[in-house]
Design a protein around this ligand. Structure first.
Ligand SMILES: [Zn+2]
Length: 204
């Protein structure tokens, strides 16, 4: 019940899950309701373009330190520096060849999955850049200008959801224009435009 509420991209799904939690344990409901912006995706600030609600990326980072975790601090830090150097290096090389409007691999992957998924969606125009998209038995309002969909997934990552994509394709627009600049070459270059330079051995 908690994970359904935590992974909800819109208020409707969230409230249904929360009402089940309330039936199960009212005290847990009160506690969770008090801090919902900290754990439920639908409340996350859309300007950060991130829907992560687990600590998985911290675990990944932790995993690379495994071999040297019991070593002295300097050895451990040297290992972390070396891993970061390796990681930044491949991204630096990629950033060099990216054009400002090119999408990152991540954004391309999300768009490809969502494009595969939208063939059962039907679009009805409402005028003024607003559309109603029927997905199976459920309808979602899409507003192109605000880049929003009632399902909440567009706002969650700032990459169009399948309903938004269906509208974009119907209107013969370019889906790249509806993806946040965070996922484009210009931002990627700013992030990885510098790299960690190699260092001499500590004995030197
Ligand atoms: Zn949607």
């Amino acid at each position: 019940m908690f994970w359904i509420a935590a992974n909800a991209y819109n208020e409707y799904v969230f409230e249904i899950a929360m009402s089940k939690i309330k039936e199960f344990d009212a005290a847990a409901y009160d506690y969770l309701k008090n801090v919902e912006e900290q754990w439920s995706v639908h409340m996350f600030d859309r300007t950060v373009c991130c829907d992560h609600n687990t600590t998985n990326f911290v675990e990944s980072f932790n995993a690379i330190t495994k071999a040297n975790r019991d070593m002295p601090v300097l050895t451990l830090l040297e290992d972390v520096r070396n891993s970061c150097m390796k990681r930044m290096s491949s991204r630096f090389d990629k950033a060099v060849s990216m054009k400002p409007n090119d999408l990152t691999e991540h954004a391309k992957g999300v768009l490809a999955t969502r494009t595969d998924d939208f063939r059962f969606c039907h679009v009805t125009a409402a005028g003024g850049g607003e559309f109603e998209v029927r997905d199976g038995h459920v309808k979602f309002p899409v507003t192109l200008g605000n880049m929003t969909c009632g399902c909440g997934k567009w706002q969650g990552l700032e990459i169009p959801c399948k309903h938004g994509l269906r509208v974009i394709y119907n209107q013969r627009l370019d889906s790249r224009d509806f993806v946040s600049p965070f996922y484009k070459g210009a931002a990627y270059k700013l992030t990885y435009g510098d790299h960690i330079h190699p260092m001499a051995d500590p004995t030197h």
